[in-house]
Design a binder for this molecule. Structure first.
Ligand code: FAD
Ligand code: MLT
Ligand code: ZN
Length: 466
């Protein structure tokens, strides 16, 4: 019998056990982390190496089959969720990590290696990986490069793009472009690796990355600082950044989020009844605890402080921040609508006030959760209590962000969730340039056709517009 679905052809490339088509087995690959998006697919294909990835891509592009690249499936914008007929190309078997090169402070990692595994390899060699966030145990290097992930240490080390020295990528025709030589200075034409950072699986499959590591800064200290107002907390961001050259993280939390985390983890809020908090981490330098104490002592509006220098107590303070995402999914009455926006820092406090009153007006039945990476002006706006397809609050919040000069995606990407609002941040000329890049690198529209770029509408004159 002819193999209409192509599964036999795919099995001949990756081996029978690595083509999954039983809907029960594929369920976790078809459902996003929040459970807001559930897709269907032809199969999940799990290649073992770059040559198998290339053969799968070649087969799909010549048979008109879409590929959704997927790593840890922790993305928060629906970018790794397939639609009927798609192949999910899982990179989880590409998890090797090479030796850390101590001379350059670099390592080569397979796309399926987790962020935590790369950090462990770096640490064992006396280095650190500059990117960290709560999904570290599942999120992969391929996925974090494809989303240009941010996280807790952007204030010091920048986004994932800054760590990428070079990539190996499989393009739509099955060709492999590999630039893993580790040269920091290399002005030999277009930087294809940088283009792949943040491309959300639309331009190719990343199979390997050459990553820059950062020196292990040594001694660390963390403070949780409570303020009497949002204005005071936001006003503290600049002075803390100026006073602490070794600032590693600067995170924002609110009393209602902390109260819900307390309920979930079964502990009392660490600072008692405090409206707004900054979590401040210092790594390295001379006597970080003294540096922290001195910087916090000069701030206005501080009402409570907890300080930790040993690893256990630092982890206890961090748990209040890292547990937010899990808590929202457990306590919220519906899967959250998740937005991650950046505001210019001088407008952050006003945005926080305005978004609260906007959501209360547009959806009085909904619950709003705010928290984020204060040092970067990045605030996570989560809303629970909405129907999964209700986009009215999302539209209102993203329009407010754009009107205040902010970005509708600080770090999670556009995915499916925000493609209809890309025009709020990108001009028609920019979107046209994006489409030209997509057509040039993926002429068969094989890779992730439903994410990032807005759907093209046909007008009554038969003209396409985005
Ligand atoms: P996936 O979810 O599998 O995929 C994400 C996107 O990348 C999809 O569009 C997919 O098609 C594409 N992709 C995946 N692998 C490849 C590849 N090899 N080649 C090409 N394209 C590929 N994000 C942050 O930026 N900062 C945070 O602080 C943060 N915290 C989080 C905390 C929690 C608890 C959770 C659940 C998520 C968090 N995230 C955060 C979001 C998420 O973890 C990141 O976006 C992460 O980079 C996704 O990695 P992944 O391997 O799970 O990718
Ligand atoms: C975080 O900073 O914790 C994340 O980006 C995840 C989220 O937005 O929930
Ligand atoms: Zn975040």
């Amino acid at each position: 019998m002819a193999d209409a679905s192509g599964l036999d052809a795919l099995r001949s490339i990756v081996g029978h056990p690595h083509v999954l088509d039983d809907p029960e087995v594929t369920a976790s690959y078809r459902t996003d982390w929040t459970a807001r998006w559930v897709g269907t697919c032809r199969a999940v294909v799990r290649p073992a190496d770059t040559s198998e990835v290339a053969a799968v891509v070649r087969w799909c592009s010549s048979n008109g089959v879409h590929i959704v690249p997927q790593g840890g499936n922790t993305g928060l914008v629906g970018g790794a969720v397939p639609s009927a007929g798609d192949v999910v190309l899982s990179t989880l078997r590409l998890s090797s990590i090479g030796e850390v090169d101590d001379r350059s402070g670099q390592v080569t990692a397979g796309a399926g290696a987790t962020v935590a595994a790369v950090e462990a390899a770096a640490r064992a060699a006396g280095w650190r990986y500059g990117v960290d966030f709560a999904a570290r145990e599942s999120a992969t290097i391929g996925g974090s490069v494809a989303t240009n992930a941010g996280g807790h240490h952007v204030v010091r080390h920048g986004m994932t793009r800054r760590q990428v020295i070079g990539l190996e990528v499989v393009l739509a025709d099955g060709s492999v472009v590999s630039h893993l030589g580790g040269l920091v200075k290399d002005n030999t034409g277009y930087d294809l690796g940088a283009l792949m950072c943040g491309s959300e699986g639309t331009l190719g499959v990343i199979t390997s990355a050459r990553l820059a590591l950062v020196p292990d800064a040594g001694e660390r200290a963390v403070a949780l600082v409570g303020f009497d107002s949002v204005d005071a907390a936001v006003a503290a961001i600049g002075p803390l950044r100026r006073a602490i050259p070794e600032l590693e993280a600067l995170e924002l939390m609110f009393a209602d989020g902390i109260a819900s985390v307390a309920e979930v983890i079964g502990a009392s809020p660490p600072l008692g009844d405090v409206a707004v908090m900054l979590l401040v981490e210092v790594a390295g330098g001379h006597d970080p605890i003294a540096v922290l104490g001195d910087a916090v002592g000069r701030l206005d509006g501080v009402v409570a402080v907890a300080v930790a220098d040993d690893a256990t107590r630092r982890a206890d303070l961090w748990r209040w921040r890292d547990a937010h995402t899990e808590t929202i999914s457990r306590v919220g009455t519906t899967p959250p609508h998740k937005l991650d926006v950046t505001l210019p820092l001088p407008r952050l406090a006003r945005f926080i006030a305005e978004v609260r009153s906007l959501v209360a007006t547009v959806a009085p039945e909904a619950r709003l959760w705010l928290f984020g990476h204060a040092g970067d002006g990045n605030i996570h706006v989560n809303i629970t209590g909405l129907a999964p397809d209700d986009e009215s609050v999302v539209a209102a919040v993203l329009e407010l962000v754009a009107s205040m000069g902010g970005s509708i995606s600080a770090e999670h990407g556009i995915g499916r969730a925000k493609r209809q609002w890309l025009h709020l941040n990108r001009s028609p000329a920019e979107i046209a340039a994006f489409r030209s890049i997509k057509r040039a690198l993926d002429p068969t529209a094989t890779f992730n056709p439903r994410v990032l770029l807005p759907e093209i509408e046909a007008t009554s004159e038969g003209v396409e517009r985005s």
